[in-house]
Design a binder for this molecule. Sequence first.
Ligand SMILES: [Zn+2]
Length: 191
Amino acid sequence: MVQIVLLWLYHGCRPLLIMPSSSPFFWKSGSGTATMAIMTSSGKDEYLMDIALAYAAQAAALGEVPVGAVLVHKDGSLLAGAGNCCIQANDPTGHAEIRTLRLAAEKIGNYRLPGTTLYVTLEPCPMCATALLLARVERIVFGATDTKSGGIQSVYRIGSDGCLNHRFLITGGMRAEECGSILKEFFRRRR
Ligand SMILES: [Zn+2]
């Protein structure tokens, strides 16, 4: 289960404010950009996947396939996060990763996002993997593998097959059981 409770103010499925209500870490959000401090690398990965899981839970509550993502800069700035929103937005490209990239790029005023890490609850599909590559995201941390349409490891290997001019650092399987469970439960309820 999601360990962190997030409070959202959102319009439709567009999150406007993300605020951890209980955190062992220090955050500041005066500029609208949360910043993390005093955090080990593995603890940071776990914590940020918790936030991605919370976005996945938000998507599920809205009837969307529960996938969530969050993008963080290596300076500790949390740039953006989002859940899937294909159905409500009538947008076939409304995957959590694409929405997160758009929000982050808009926030920093640059279509390139070097030095960033994307945390996502499911292995990105080929569309999202290509978008992440175009944005020059440095690292991808994903939860559950997608054996049917995974774009960076399971089916395609975009960003590590040497075909294109950017390579991702990839960490797979982070909180995989929780990330997979929320998907399984969602589809079980829909049957
Ligand atoms: Zn995708």
